[in-house]
Design a protein around this ligand. Structure first.
Ligand code: NDP
Length: 303
């Protein structure tokens, strides 16, 4: 292996320790405990797992979480009413609506309702717009892209002047990651499903942020030797035994899966200069940055 592994677990722990210390100091001077409201619509297992990890992180860092599980068939009006109540609640400094929402709900409208000072996910058009504008700063940077940039900096990767390629242009990962890289003075190319000859584009990249949701699509020979590779993808693929047969869970009787990123790690680690693993790379950073944003939200609302 030639690449240096970027340990997301260790770096996320460092961020969490710093947030914990800042929270303790805030409480010690008599200010309120930062509070995060989590809204979980329906019973998707993955969404419920993410929300419970966020609640646990709040408890670990001395913050309060207020959990609002609501049924999958909640009406748009009732969900909007809940968001408005949370906007008005002074104990709640940050509001997190776990995505995706069931298809009958208008996600955009719900996200737009969250007041900008409580938009700890950074998904509101105002926060994203500010990220895109020169000389303006968003109140909150979306957690996953924020985590990606943080990992690059911690690894000592030079962003200024680098050729960066972001794979994916979603509102929550690809596009804000590209905007952040521009702010850091990288020269940025955004690749998407209509891009021609992706391998040729990638071979020019000193920095790659992959966020497309396609298991192991980026091959080792698509990378420039020495590139820094941040793999955001989380994809479940069949877990096979030593003979190549699908493994079945003894507990559930269901086919087992293992998680891989958007990058073929085994190939890429022989070419890249730096690489994040999946799991244990970007994933833990997302929650750490959410905690940082929630602390910041409390400081903005009750300085
Ligand atoms: P989306 O599905 O919203 O966006 C995917 C993007 O990838 C789109 O811009 C799409 O292009 C592009 N794309 C899809 N297929 C291809 C292809 N074959 N070639 C080139 N571009 C392609 O995904 P998200 O941004 O929400 O998530 C991306 C990945 O990151 C997922 O695996 C997700 O699970 C993971 N993720 C991980 C997080 C973490 O904490 N680690 C947090 C959030 C997401 P187009 O716009 O043209 O359709």
């Amino acid at each position: 292996m030639t690449a240096q592994l970027i340990d997301g677990n260790a770096i996320a722990q460092k961020v969490r320790d710093e947030v914990k210390e800042k929270v303790a100091k805030r409480i010690a001077v008599g200010k309120s405990q930062p509070g995060l409201a989590t809204v979980l619509v329906g019973e998707r297992v993955d969404s419920a797992t993410y929300v419970s990890m966020k609640q646990k992180a709040c408890a670990d860092l001395g913050m309060t979480s207020y959990h609002h599980p609501v049924p999958a068939d909640i009406t748009q009006a009732d969900l909007e009413k809940l968001i408005k109540e949370l906007n008005a609640d002074p104990k709640v400094h940050g509001i997190l609506v776990q995505l995706p929402l069931p298809s009958h709900l208008d996600e955009e409208r719900v996200l737009q309702l969250i007041s900008i000072e409580k938009d700890v996910d950074g998904f509101s058009p105002i926060n994203l717009g500010r990220l895109a504008q020169k000389g303006r700063e968003p109140l909150f940077v979306p957690c996953t892209p924020y985590g990606c940039i943080y990992l690059l900096k911690e690894a000592g990767v030079t962003i200024k002047g680098a050729n960066a390629v972001v794979l994916g242009r979603s509102n929550i990962v690809g596009m804000p990651a590209a905007l952040l890289l521009v702010k850091e003075d990288a020269t940025v190319t955004v690749v998407h499903s209509r891009t021609k000859d992706i391998p040729a584009v990638l071979r020019q990249a000193d920095i790659v942020i992959a966020a497309i949701g396609r298991a192991e699509m980026v091959r080792g020979d698509w990378l420039k030797p020495g590139a820094a590779v941040i793999d955001v993808g989380i994809n479940g693929i069949p877990k096979l035994d030593a003979e190549g047969k699908q493994m079945i869970s003894a507990k559930t009787g269901k086919p087992m899966q293992r998680l891989v990123g958007d990058v073929n790690f085994e190939e890429a680690k022989e070419v890249a200069g730096f690489i994040t693993p999946v799991p244990g790379g970007v994933g833990p950073m997302t929650i750490a940055m959410l905690m940082n944003n929630t602390f910041r939200a409390a400081e903005i609302q009750e300085p």
